[in-house]
Design a protein around this ligand. Structure first.
Ligand SMILES: [Zn+2]
Length: 145
């Protein structure tokens, strides 16, 4: 269920069961359990599950997995954005025995919802994660490009 670097298996749209994070796995066997409360074992797993939470507009999960020190106030749903692709480029530490880790990724989305032209946008970030109370949380990140 892991190691799908560069896997382009994420089929756009639909709720047919494949995970939005593009791992190629089924949602119920990939990010689903994390969004339901199971601790993500690695920083990469947490990062993927947060992407999936963005894609599903699961704001509660984004808040729970964001370090309280850096979490923005009043995170709210953004229903106009459609997340379409995730590629994990690099990881440093962040394993089951680590206390911190970094994940570099590129994510793409379509802007605009009903009114917009569906312009494709891309973000490239190197995110930092730390373990807090036994669970991985997102700390902050550097925008690249
Ligand atoms: Zn997933």
């Amino acid at each position: 269920m892991s190691g799908a670097f560069g896997g382009a298996a994420g089929s756009a749209g639909g709720t047919g069961g494949s995970c939005p994070c593009g791992s190629g796995g089924m949602y119920a066997a990939c990010c689903g359990p994390f969004l339901d409360g199971t601790p993500a074992p690695t920083a990469e797993a947490l990062m993927r599950s947060r992407y999936t939470a963005f894609a599903r507009n699961d704001i509660g999960y984004l808040v729970r997995t964001w370090h309280p020190r850096t979490r923005p106030e009043g995170l709210c749903a953004d229903t106009g954005t459609r997340w379409v692709a995730l590629a994990v480029i690099d990881t440093v530490d962040g394993g089951p025995d680590d206390e911190s880790g970094e994940v570099e990724f590129e994510a793409e989305w379509l802007e605009g919802g009903a009114a917009g032209a569906g312009r494709r946008q891309r973000m490239h970030e190197r995110s930092r994660f730390v373990r807090r109370g036994g669970r991985w949380v997102y700390l902050d990140g550097d925008q690249l490009d």
